[in-house]
Ligand binder design. Structure first.
Ligand code: MTE
Ligand code: MO
Length: 378
């Protein structure tokens, strides 16, 4: 007799009811889901704003004030994503016994069951994809071949749709589970407390990337103020292949007209100094004191229109961020500077020498460095 084989056959596939830990109680799963839902909703909303600010459709206007607006929304985007990681792990741990649910015997219910399972699969995959690609992106590591912003944006809609379906389907269960007090069973509060504490610790450990007074207690902050002139640099002049020609001039074009100004001519125009942040889409941000010519005044000085969008071109020959467009609202704002100085000193080459755009409430990726041409768009 082969006793080993008979014994192996006796192994029983577990059922959800077999998992007795308080972590698996619906009262816990529903509350974890609520926290996770809040984190994902903040992440989705702020992500959408960031996308719109970078690629504004005709109906959308991103405000230039408060000057810290983009810094705040993008900080919230990255930190809510960080908080969602432990919450998602806790939620998955809480509900994984439901993987052992048997499909219903009634064929009519089978379809609904399968649809619900598939929507959860989509939700888990999409949410995990968003969190992992987001974290890998802020770490500036690109182990994939797709363009991160496009994929991250597309899958966000998939996650949001699957989340809505999931919440809609589960609403009665969620209601009942939330009605059940957590205190009723010992251990449940400990599970919830641990998950929320882990989320809080993850945020605290990273928030220093954008909250200055948390810098010293944020060991996992992926960006420090290190860099020339005390500011981080994403792309150095060398990496961008930028060489400033000896006869560099800022060219300004509008309609059929054009005008060129040398650096001394720019420096001779009335200057404005302002404290403005660079707020990278990766979540890090840093404030500095910038001095330069307000773009509006510069255009007015050469007789160019000041009420239209302006394309900013850099000395970079190629590269996704070689140029950007200042929307009309940003052109009109007197704090939108063509900056020549940083904290009183001439710009370091890595910060955009001879001049760069620094505008209030603008995604860092659009704060174009090494500017060579301003073109007033029709
Ligand atoms: N021409 C050009 N400008 C650029 C970039 C670039 O790659 N090329 N990077 C942008 C990004 S992603 C950020 S966050 C800021 C960073 O500015 P800093 O390097 O001075 O800190 O510059 C922006 N300006
Ligand atoms: Mo950036």
């Amino acid at each position: 007799m082969n006793t080993a084989r008979t014994r192996r056959w006796r192994v029983r596939v577990p059922r959800p009811e077999d998992f007795r830990s308080p972590a698996h109680a619906p009262a816990v799963a529903a509350r974890l889901g609520l926290w996770l839902g809040v984190a994902l909703a903040v992440c989705f909303g702020t992500g959408l704003l960031s996308h719109l600010a970078q690629h504004p459709p005709g109906w959308f206007g991103w405000p230039t004030r408060p000057v810290q607006l983009y810094r705040i929304t993008q900080g919230l985007h990255v930190l809510s994503g960080v908080a969602a990681v432990p919450l998602l792990l806790a939620k998955l741990w809480s509900v994984y016994p439901r993987l052992f649910l048997r499909p219903p015997a009634v064929p009519a219910r089978l379809l609904a069951h399968a649809a619900e399972r598939v929507s959860i699969l989509v939700l888990v995959c999409a949410a995990a994809f968003e969190l992992v690609t987001g974290l890998v992106n802020v770490a500036r590591w690109y182990p994939w071949r797709f363009f991160f912003p496009t994929a991250h944006y597309a899958v966000a809609w998939l996650a949001a749709g699957a989340l809505l379906v999931h919440v809609g389907v589960k609403l009665p269960v969620v209601r009942a589970a939330l009605g059940e007090p957590v205190r009723a069973v010992p251990g449940r509060r400990a599970v919830l407390g641990t998950a929320v504490l882990a989320a809080g610790a993850a945020v605290l450990a990273t928030a220093g990337v954008t909250v200055p007074w948390l810098r010293r207690v944020a060991p996992l902050a992926w960006r420090s103020p290190a860099g020339p002139q005390g500011l981080p640099v994403n792309r150095t002049a060398a990496a961008a292949g930028v060489v400033v020609p000896a006869d560099w001039r800022l060219e300004i074009r509008w309609d059929q007209a054009r005008h060129a100004l040398s650096l001394p001519e720019l420096a001779a125009l009335p200057q404005r100094t302002a404290d403005l942040p660079i707020a990278c889409v990766e979540g890090w941000s840093a404030s500095a004191r910038w001095t330069g010519v307000p773009v509006r005044d510069l255009l007015a000085a050469v007789g160019a229109p000041t009420d239209r969008p302006v394309r900013v071109a850099s000395l970079e020959a190629t590269g996704r961020y070689a140029s950007s467009v200042l929307p009309a609202a940003h052109v009109a704002d007197p704090l939108t500077l063509l900056a020549l100085r940083l904290d009183g000193a001439v710009l370091h080459p890595d910060h955009g020498y001879p001049c760069r755009i620094i505008a209030p409430s603008r995604p860092g990726v659009l704060q174009t460095k090494w500017v060579t041409r301003l073109e007033v768009l029709p």
